[in-house]
Design a protein around this ligand. Sequence first.
Ligand code: NDP
Length: 447
Amino acid sequence: MSSTGKATLNDKTGMLSHSNQKIPTTHAYEFGGPFGTLLTTLALPVLVLVLAHWAKKGYLDLSFFSDEDSRTIFCPSCDNLPLLLKCAAGLCAWFLALVILWALLPGLWVEGAPVHGNPNHRLPYKLNGHLTFWVVIGSVVLFRLPLNEYLYRYYENLAFTDISLCFLLAGYLYISSFAKDQHGKPKVLSIMGNSGNAAYDFFMGRELNPRIGRFDWKQFCELRPGLILWVLLNYACAQEQYKVYGKVSGSMVLLNVFHAFYVWDSLHMERAILTTMDITTDGFGFMLVFGDLAWVPFTYNHPAKYLVHHDPNLSAPVLAAIFGLYVLGFYIFRAANSQKDMFRSNPNDPRVAHLTYMPTKRGTRLLTSGWWGMARKINYTGDYLMGLTYSLLCGFDSIVPYYYAVYFCILLVHRSIRDDVLCQDKYGKDWDEYKRQVPYRFIPGIV
Ligand code: NDP
């Protein structure tokens, strides 16, 4: 499962030249194959719009089966083309503004992980997401932007337009993956998204690292337009709650802080994204385009949208307990991820030098003590605890905000299975031995 092509960093633009680049072909399907991915491509956008509707109503409203409601839910701007165009212009302007910040703000250029495991083939990435975050948040605060007048008021229209733009971008990326690179060579493809089946490859993403010059679509979209928009949508919800009720509730404040902190942390640790599965393994297709740009902002914001009109007025001790759970989750999440990053970057670092590890035939070392000796995916457990607090902040009056707790559980379990299969493939018998030494997946001694 690896490319045999040799590539070298060869010029000042950081672009790569390849010799004998062999494009690997997908033989094993994921996500239910072509049928499953087609269904997911069609169903998830619908789910985003339904969730937005439920968050507003505060209960599982099924009236969208009636003709009148279905039009406003599933096609919220269809009878208002000028509004649809304004939303599209607004979203494109947002994306473009962030691209300009990416280009203009200073940032460290670093090399990514070896492409398809080839140590001579690494791509350069500019890291200035953290600065971008502060420029955007600073501007919103400084200019006291009434975000609710745009982001909350036209929420559904924006979600619909955003989804439509995701289809366009994923279509462009799919088509452009067949073109040659600037050296007249075939593009480097993802092993997962090169099956030959159009629906499947459109979803999984054919090209591994689509770029325009030094601008990397995937790295940029992973952490910026969707994640920062998520924070702004939350803020818009808080502003709306204040406008309607004259105060911002404890749950709304905590939710805004939790989410903003999570996003800030991701951007602060931007470099860590370069070694994740999304960057190293998955192609940039509809799955990631839609996930990064539409699903994350419009569904992760779901609890805040729910809170605007359905706040449970939780007491201070309950809020404090939820806060404690969040801190615990964050501690596990950050400590585990940092320990692995630290160990992989410099195993002699005194903070990790004492840890035991397993050498592997692949050349990399697998930690067998510390966080990674407790459970193989303990970082996901920490992440999940944080995710759970978002739903808990909404109280227990409705099942609607628990969508996030259920969804996040499914996402992390599924992702852990995917990573397990990939590691089995990468490490073979060494992975069996690692699993024997670290038998638990999420919670030591239990799961
Ligand atoms: P991980 O950070 O868990 O990395 C998995 C990789 O780490 C493996 O493929 C393997 O790669 C390496 N590895 C596994 N075990 C060990 C070990 N014992 N010692 C050293 N290296 C090991 O995976 P993800 O990229 O999936 O997740 C990154 C973070 O992002 C997680 O904390 C996750 O919770 C979060 N996340 C959040 C999402 C959200 O929507 N909020 C969605 C997805 C992820 P190799 O050996 O090849 O380096």
